[in-house]
Design a binder for this molecule. Structure first.
Ligand code: SF3
Length: 548
């Protein structure tokens, strides 16, 4: 059996999954996701040409964005659902072709032939046939050079990550034409045998740029809908009453659930990447947004057993559910798991009635932790921060963040945070923060030493903080006393890295292991241009960062 998965950090033995995904993905689902990606390229071949002629279609754009997000790690594990998407995709490809042809005829030009097999393939009539097609088209044979293939994978995974953020933005009614055009241009480029290594390097850097814009519109969507996050204590204990747990990244879904549960005696708890929700004025005004339950995504199977209410995932990262809680688990949006009830649309009554049937929690208050240090909050006390740096009270900033995961090497991040000297501030974001966000770091002259910037997409906010600090000190971001200690897991982390590279940010330490899809030559390129390096020993890495 061949390799079918190497796109995330848990790829077996740091190379690739073969028999079954370490994430729980079965070979048939992996093959169908590959076929969906193959089909999306066919759609984008037409959509890119149509856009060159000024023609676009929001439905086609959205299908490609959602299709890409569907193939991100820990999103959709349901073969029959992916089959439905593929069959719909053939209709969408026809619409994209018609759009292109209509645009040509409006200009009085003859449409160019689109002969790439992605634009012409016919899906098999049954699921087994689709799986076989997916296996055939999983690994592109267009380029034989391993380095080119490696950069194409970086670009593809970057596009998948960016699609996740664009999907959230679209749900909030935000969009950007240039970003949508780039999805098509870049997907189409992966089918072009005439392009070489540096073309794909350029496209990968452009992907980083387009993702910065995507995170910006998502940030605008959040802030304009729910207000700027404000520093807010989050309760880790429980409140007496029925309970629903929300996991994922989507704030709009949480808001709808909060509205529909008002006055019903149900408390809503956040899980994983939903914890920053507590800091948004438009969400924290709901008094039944009670607290946060559990840690990062990889602990869900052991923690959800103890959640006495219903549980809903609105984006990744879902894992194989244990039988003990499968019947009270729901999915929404693009997340799907076979035999787990999926909520279509915005009616959460099934989740609510399940929660009402379950015992709920007793009153049991616990620790509180602070969230809500987005750029608006941090820059609101910028004068204090700058004075503290000038006076020598703050010596260095560490951005310790990214995705969490199950590998034992991830203790590095806990140990690193613990060993950061007392005159340094830690910025954190994404689910990697659960490695240390319950520790007491104290403060420096009233400025907390641990500042939780938010979700992974709030890397945008962290970048704004870094840029503002650089402006205040009249230097570049690379000249600031700031070190990036990042953990990666899936494709959203890949695109954030591309964004940091696009911004020219150097000296990033990355772990717990380097991506399986990066060849030694491509790694050398990244080292030479960005001095990116693997995490090593905490004491040595800390010493080197403080000496820089
Ligand atoms: Fe975490 Fe899945 Fe990446 Fe959003 S939630 S950072 S792994």
């Amino acid at each position: 059996m061949g390799m079918f998965g190497n796109q995330c950090e848990q790829a077996a033995n740091g190379v690739g999954c073969s028999i079954s995904g370490v994430c729980g993905k079965k070979p048939d689902v992996a093959a169908l996701q590959d076929l969906l990606l193959y089909e999306l390229k066919g759609i984008s071949l037409y959509a890119a040409k149509a856009r060159e002629l000024g023609a676009k279609d929001a439905g086609i754009d959205r299908f490609v964005v959602e299709g890409l997000f569907t193939t991100v790690t820990n999103v959709d594990f349901d073969a029959s659902h992916i089959e439905k998407i593929i069959r719909k995709g053939i209709e969408v490809r026809g619409q994209a072709k018609a759009l292109y042809e209509k645009a040509c005829s409006a200009k009085g030009a003859a449409p160019a032939a689109v002969n790439a097999p992605q634009a012409t393939f016919t899906p098999a009539g049954d699921l087994a046939g689709l799986v076989r097609q997916g296996e055939e088209h999983g690994l592109s044979t267009l380029h034989v050079n391993d380095d080119i293939r490696s950069v194409i994978e970086i670009l593809t995974f970057g596009l998948k990550g960016m699609a996740a953020y664009m999907d959230h933005a679209l749900i909030l009614g935000r969009s950007d034409d240039e970003v949508l055009a780039f999805f098509h241009k870049a997907l189409a480029a992966t089918t072009d045998a005439s392009l070489g290594l540096m073309d794909f390097v350029g496209l990968s850097m452009e992907c980083g740029k387009q993702n910065l814009r995507t995170m910006e519109i998502l940030n605008q969507g959040h802030v304009e809908t729910y207000g700027h996050p404000v520093p807010t204590p989050v309760q880790l204990g429980t409140r007496a009453g029925k309970a629903i747990l929300v996991s994922g990244h989507d704030l709009k879904m949480l808001e709808e659930l909060l509205k529909q549960t008002e006055g019903k005696g149900i408390n809503i708890y956040t899980h994983g990447e939903m914890i920053p929700a507590h800091a948004y004025p438009g969400l924290k005004k709901y008094t039944h947004l009670a607290g946060n339950f559990g840690g990062a995504w990889q602990d869900q199977a052991k923690e959800f057993v103890n959640f006495p209410g219903s549980i809903i995932f609105n984006t990744n990262c879902i894992q194989r559910p244990a039988d003990s809680y499968k019947d009270r688990l729901f999915t929404w949006g693009l997340v799907q798991w076979p035999d787990v009830t999926h909520i279509e649309g915005w009616d959460f009554s099934a989740v609510i009635s399940k929660a009402l049937d379950l015992p709920g929690f007793p009153e049991n208050p616990g620790q509180e932790i602070l969230v809500g240090f987005g750029h608006n909050a941090v820059l609101g006390v910028a004068d204090k921060v700058i004075d503290a740096v000038k006076a020598g009270a703050i010596k260095h900033f560490f951005l310790i963040g990214g995705c969490d995961g199950a590998k034992p090497g991830r203790n590095y991040y806990t140990e690193f945070a613990e060993k950061v000297p007392k005159d340094c501030v830690i910025l954190t974001l994404a689910c990697g923060k659960y490695r240390f966000n319950k520790l007491d770091f104290g403060d420096i002259g009233g400025i907390p030493r641990l500042l939780d910037v938010g979700q992974c997409n709030d890397a945008y906010s962290a970048i704004q903080i870094a840029v503002a600090l650089a402006g205040a000190f009249n230097c570049g971001v690379n000249d600031l006393p700031l070190s990036f200690i990042l953990s990666w897991y899936e494709q959203k982390a890949v695109v954030i890295l591309l964004t940091l590279f696009h911004l020219g940010i150097k000296n990033i330490k990355l772990g717990p292991s380097l991506p399986a899809f990066i060849t030694p030559n491509v790694l050398n390129f990244l080292v030479e241009n960005f001095n990116v390096g693997p995490i090593g020993n905490v004491d040595d890495d800390l010493k080197a960062a403080l000496a820089a």
